[in-house]
Design a protein around this ligand. Structure first.
Ligand SMILES: [Zn+2]
Length: 109
């Protein structure tokens, strides 16, 4: 109940504690909060962690464990596929340079 009134309050907020329009919504890509949206101080610096004020709020109401699990799994698979594609691209260009036509054998990674 209290979180409900909190989120409806947030909708009317347009600035961070510095008094300027906040940044976001931005997407977090951590293992704990993959793809979850948040708003934060305009002066937040991701590299150093420095910020103008402490203003930070998640846009949505939490992430469910199965959403977190499936998102992290899909992100991992995407990474694996991308590295396989990169590998195959290099393999193909190597064969093109050699002028050799061959059947590429895909091996599971
Ligand atoms: Zn601020």
């Amino acid at each position: 109940m209290s979180s409900h009134s909190h989120s409806s309050l947030r909708r009317f907020r347009t600035t961070c504690d510095c008094g300027i329009p906040y940044d976001g919504p931005l997407k977090a890509w951590t293992m704990e909060n993959p793809g979850r949206e948040f708003i934060t101080c305009k002066f937040y610096d991701y590299a150093t962690g420095r910020r103008g004020c402490k203003f930070f709020e998640w846009v949505d109401e939490g992430i469910l464990y199965w959403q977190k699990d499936i998102t992290n799994q899909l992100l991992l698979e995407k990474k694996i596929f991308q590295s396989q594609i990169d590998l195959l691209k290099r393999e193909i260009s190597r064969h093109e340079e050699d002028g050799v036509v061959e059947v590429l054998m895909l091996t599971a990674m």
